[in-house]
Design a binder for this molecule. Structure first.
Ligand code: 2HA
Ligand code: ZN
Length: 293
């Protein structure tokens, strides 16, 4: 009798422990903080940019009682079997990063992928209607690649329109080596923060499967892909690393813009200088990407 009572209380405690208002969940708060910070940095005008986070089992167990499963399944527009039954927090199509934090119910959603990896269902949010981001195919295809490649460590895909990086796509040769060398050679931290370099793809129509396929091919080897005349896609283990990468690349781009406005670089970090950072900082810098500029 006593033992039953203890088990009953313990069971009740366990049930209580997983019941959480979604607004209190760490991933939820971090997602909203990051979208607002990105907006505040001027990288997400109007409905520009989008973000997605793959929930861990612990995240979804904690907040599952906030979900409702009665909405219809919808087509993703891509096939991502490696993500079957996963939950994602995503920004809404046409919604503004400026508003996500103050009104998450109407600007973001949590979706569940079906067990074929071709459909999704909104289980939380977008209460006044709407769909997940127009870039959902790119987000999910990138997640599928990164989940597999990193054994599930990478959870964040983030797209923004950072000013200086976009500006550079009108001036620099639209080439992975040229961008990587220019940016590495603009601040010593750069080869350490993004040792794999920066991939560049020429202009393409956004929102479709074609750009999703091209980006997901490149995200295998690079954590950041620049979309010329448009913005950048970043992948990261968590919110801090994804945001930190965008922040560092954009700051490097700003330095390049300023230096060019002052007449251009008169001095450079040499390839040897760049490569000499690898050992003391224990990073694998891809020296093949350093080119003459
Ligand atoms: O969400 O940024 O690329 C609007 C966009 C599309
Ligand atoms: Zn965009």
């Amino acid at each position: 009798m006593r033992r039953d009572f203890v088990l009953f209380v313990f069971g009740f405690y366990e049930a209580e422990k997983i019941k959480m208002d979604i607004h209190e969940a760490k991933f939820f708060k971090e997602f909203l903080n990051m979208t607002f910070l990105s907006y505040s940095n001027g990288w997400n005008e109007r409905n520009g940019g989008n973000m997605s986070y793959r929930l861990s089992d612990k995240d979804s167990e904690e907040v599952i009682e906030n979900f409702s499963f009665d909405r219809d399944w919808a087509e993703i527009g891509a096939s991502v079997p490696g993500l079957k039954n996963e939950y994602f927090m995503v920004t809404g199509s046409g919604k503004y990063f400026r508003n996500t934090k103050s009104d998450p119910e109407n600007n973001v959603a949590i979706i569940k992928i079906d067990d074929t990896g071709t459909k999704y269902k909104i289980v939380w949010g977008l209460e006044s209607g709407g769909r997940p981001t127009s870039e959902l195919p790119t987000h999910l295809m990138n997640h599928e690649v990164k989940k597999k490649q990193t054994d599930g460590r990478y959870r964040v895909i983030y797209h923004a329109h950072p000013v200086n990086l976009i500006a550079l796509t009108y001036v620099l040769k639209q080439d992975t080596k040229v961008f990587t060398t220019e940016l590495w050679d603009s601040m010593t931290e750069c080869p350490i923060v993004f040792p794999k370099g920066v991939a560049v793809i020429p202009w393409m129509v956004p929102g479709g499967r074609e750009i999703a396929v091209r980006t997901s091919e490149l995200i295998k080897d690079y954590d950041i892909v620049v979309w010329c005349f448009h913005g950048a896609f970043v992948s990261g283990e968590d919110f801090d690393s994804a945001f930190g990468l965008m922040e560092t690349v954009e700051k490097a781009a700003e330095i390049v813009v300023k230096v060019r406005s002052m007449g251009g670089k008169k001095y450079h970090l040499s390839k040897d200088d760049i490569m000499s950072l690898a050992k003391p900082y224990n990073v694998d810098i891809n020296g093949d990407l350093v080119t003459d500029i």
